[in-house]
Design a protein around this ligand. Structure first.
Ligand code: FE2
Length: 252
């Protein structure tokens, strides 16, 4: 076997459809698993040191997930999943997904879920006494295009209360999940909206220790991409790894 045959396989070019690496990040890069102001982390964080499974080529090569064929033509449009239009401020949310080295990541599955315009999830455990919208489910997905771009049409979610502490409210946010090509390559995060007055009170947002890391979770309002007489636009680029990486929620 030659040296070339034992080298890690390089599988991409300027645009890629496979994450270039699956590198363990050092402690402190992502929010702590036990963050006392976020009370439930005290109960659910691992009490023993993590046991890391050895990584093999499986993490890079399969099983294949996120087939474009599994995504319907309207899955990206949360305002057109029912007979009528949902109540709320119609918005578009768009951006790029970038790989470790800043390369756009094409054909990767991006999924979102969110509360409706009143801050209520369509979920049996959501008891917030705000209206459910019969025309809004709150879940969508799409696959990045050849240039690593994604785009959703939705309504701006409302803030909602939660039981973390007295008078606790979550800033308006959209949950994001990105799937690579293997089960170990799922990343989950939350996107926020600029100027939210609840940022300073939210322990989930503030579990990201660095100001720069928190800023990367806030979308950018774009008047240029807003569509006249139709919808405002928010841009949210996602960086999977590297110095400017988006902050993700650690798996438990
Ligand atoms: Fe949420």
């Amino acid at each position: 076997m030659t040296a070339a045959e034992t080298e890690p396989r390089q599988i991409y070019d300027a645009v890629t459809d496979t994450p270039s690496s699956y590198v363990r990040e050092p402690d402190g890069v992502q929010p702590p698993l036990d963050y006392p102001p976020y009370k439930s982390t005290q109960l659910r964080h691992p009490k023993q040191p993590l046991i890391y499974l050895p990584q093999t080529m499986t993490e890079l090569t399969g099983p294949a997930l996120g087939s474009a064929r599994a995504v319907g033509p309207l899955d990206h449009d949360l305002t057109r999943q029912h007979d009528g239009e949902p109540i709320g401020e119609r918005i578009t949310v768009f951006g790029h997904v970038y790989d470790t080295e800043g390369k756009p990541l094409r054909r990767t599955l991006v999924e979102i879920w969110q509360a409706n315009a009143c801050g209520r999830y369509r979920h049996r455990w959501d008891r917030y006494p705000a209206p459910l919208d019969p025309n809004f489910t709150g879940a969508g997905r799409c696959v990045t295009d050849e240039e690593g771009r994604y785009r959703f049409v939705t309504v701006k979610p409302g803030p909602y209360p939660w039981g973390n502490h007295y008078n606790a409210w979550r800033p308006a946010h959209i949950h994001f999940s990105l799937l690579g090509r293997a089960f170990a390559q799922r990343l989950v995060t939350q996107m926020y909206f600029p100027g939210d007055p609840l940022f300073r009170y939210d322990p989930i947002f503030n579990s990201v220790g660095e100001v720069a890391g928190r800023k990367r979770l806030i979308s950018r309002f774009s008047i240029r991409d807003s569509e006249p007489d139709w919808a405002l636009a928010y841009e949210f680029d996602i960086y999977l790894r590297g110095p400017g990486a988006t902050q993700f929620e650690e798996a438990f």
